[in-house]
Design a protein around this ligand. Structure first.
Ligand code: SAH
Ligand code: SF4
Ligand code: F3S
Length: 473
């Protein structure tokens, strides 16, 4: 196969330089098309934007049409077994496309690449390259290598890589809200979780590059930024030389004060170390959204200990009380795992009662899925039968829908500020956006556009959304 991509290093030393037009217009270079599919969490979405940026700088353009693609990349997730199953299914579809188009290259990137490594390359005709989350800078050279017919792989994890200097190419449709990664990796080793193994050690990105990226987004017209990390509360706990003493609440408040017309969100907070200092920073700044995602995982202290979460039920509920005390009208959401190793009916009942006490506004709920290599897989027995996990999960979901409805009912009659994201899927005469509490609000168009802040009076609600009418600003 011939040269597939152009290397910017040939003409420029700057990592920010996009491919020069002179090269784009030069017939002797072949510009390739990339199709990328992303699974998993928001960090993966942001990583795909970094990958697109690296590829664009090397003369590869993005396409949304898989049939036009010369390169297919699938950015993968390993968090639960079914996340991986979905990707295997997609790889089979790509294999069929590849059978008709032999030059097509298929790459697996992200967490599954890291976890399964060479296993993904076992089938000759399935995958050409495998690249872990810390090796995306190597994509152009690995594609070159794969282009010569060899299989290419780089799954080295790094203690330093944060991609701080790469400006992600935004792939969102609305041009209103964007993700900005402030750290990578995780050191928590919750017993069930694969992330510390697929993403490596925790490291923080320097504040200067974060604030610069937010500034660029502001100039491009973005109105909302979500700061991302597996545990944002430990931002800069690593104390790298030259990192200064700025912690997460300082960073968040600095961004909020510097860009008063933007809204700020963050994800995820670990309940063990969400500080009152952070809660006060949220309370004082109207443009820091009043929503905290605080995953409990379980309501039983015994299970929390086995999970290595580092807090008890009582300590968790104390943090919920602190949020309610310090921040007026703050939405709280959670993640819950049903059927972790040794979970009894009593433990499950404690999860339900914790959910009631915390009165969550929304929740992400999962059945426990054993992940090879984790502490739980090595030391505990996955002994809750599948049908019991399913039953418990259904009860958890049912309770949460009652709690969510209760929370939306309490919003009825209130006037809330909504940042418009786009036109409602159901009607072109309606817009949708979210309020500070991260609840989706739908209302009549009335000439507003994405990026506008609109005051909406809530009149009713459905299971998924609040519905209202715009009122005088
Ligand atoms: N860093 C975040 C969560 C990242 S993973 C945090 O600590 O909150 C997102 C969610 O997936 C977790 O909160 C957990 O609820 C769920 N999860 C992780 N591993 C899982 C597993 N093995 N089985 C089922 N759910 C899991
Ligand atoms: Fe996984 Fe725990 Fe780290 Fe979250 S904090 S990514 S659940 S190990
Ligand atoms: Fe999945 Fe990796 Fe995110 S395992 S949840 S994509 S960090």
């Amino acid at each position: 196969m011939q040269i597939i991509i152009y290397f910017k290093e040939m003409t420029s030393k700057s990592p920010h330089n996009a491919l020069p037009d002179s090269i784009r217009e030069d017939d002797s270079y072949i510009l390739r098309k990339l199709y990328i599919e992303t699974y998993g969490c928001q960090m993966n979405v942001n990583d795909s934007e970094i990958v697109v940026s690296i590829m664009k700088d090397n003369g590869v353009d993005l396409t949304s049409d898989i049939n036009q693609a010369d390169i297919i990349l699938v950015n993968t997730c390993s968090i639960r077994e079914n996340a991986e199953q979905r990707v295997w299914g997609r790889l089979d579809v790509f294999r069929q496309i590849k059978a008709k188009k032999p030059d097509l290259m298929v790459g697996v990137i992200g967490c599954m690449a890291e976890r399964l490594k060479e296993k993904l390359l076992e089938n000759e005709k399935l995958v050409d390259l495998v690249i872990g989350p810390d090796a995306y800078r190597e994509l152009p050279s690995l594609l070159q290598e794969a282009g010569t017919g060899q299989k290419a792989i780089n799954v080295l994890l790094s203690r330093e890589e944060t991609y701080a200097d790469i400006s992600p190419v935004r792939t969102d449709k609305n041009n209103v809200s964007a993700f900005v990664s402030i750290m990578r990796g995780c050191n928590n080793f919750c017993a069930y979780c694969v992330v510390p193994y697929t993403r490596g050690r925790e490291r923080s990105r320097d504040a200067g590059s974060i604030l610069r990226e937010i500034g660029e987004l502001n100039e491009q017209g973005y109105r909302e930024v979500t700061l991302l990390g597996q545990n944002v509360n430990s931002y800069r706990r690593d104390k790298l030389p030259g990192n200064g003493s700025l912690d997460f609440s300082d960073l968040l408040e600095k961004a909020a004060l510097e860009y008063p017309h933007m809204r700020f969100r963050f994800s995820t907070s670990h309940p063990r170390d969400i500080s009152d200092k952070l809660l006060h920073a949220i309370a004082r700044n109207s443009n820091i959204c009043k929503h905290i995602h605080l995953p409990a995982q379980s309501g039983s202290s015994r299970i929390l200990k086995l999970m290595n979460r580092g807090y008890t039920r009582e300590e968790y509920l104390e943090r919920i009380a602190a949020i309610r005390r310090i921040i007026k009208d703050c939405a709280i959401s959670t993640d819950i795992i049903a059927g972790f190793c040794t979970e009894t009916v009593q433990d499950h009942q404690q999860t339900l009662s914790l959910m009631e006490e915390a009165a969550y506004d929304f929740a992400f709920m999962f059945k426990y899925s054993e992940r090879p290599g984790t502490d739980a897989a090595e030391k505990l027995v996955d002994d809750v039968p599948e049908e019991v996990k399913s039953e418990r999960l259904s009860e958890i979901i049912k309770l949460q829908s009652t709690l969510s409805a209760r929370s939306k009912e309490a919003d009825t009659g209130k006037t809330v500020e909504v940042l418009v994201e786009g036109t409602s899927k159901k009607s072109e005469h309606e817009l949708y956006g979210r309020n500070s509490q991260n609840k989706v609000v739908v209302f009549p168009n009335n000439g507003f556009k994405p990026g506008d802040y609109v005051n909406v009076k809530i009149t009713r609600f459905t299971p998924a959304t609040l519905i209202g009418v715009p009122v005088q600003q």
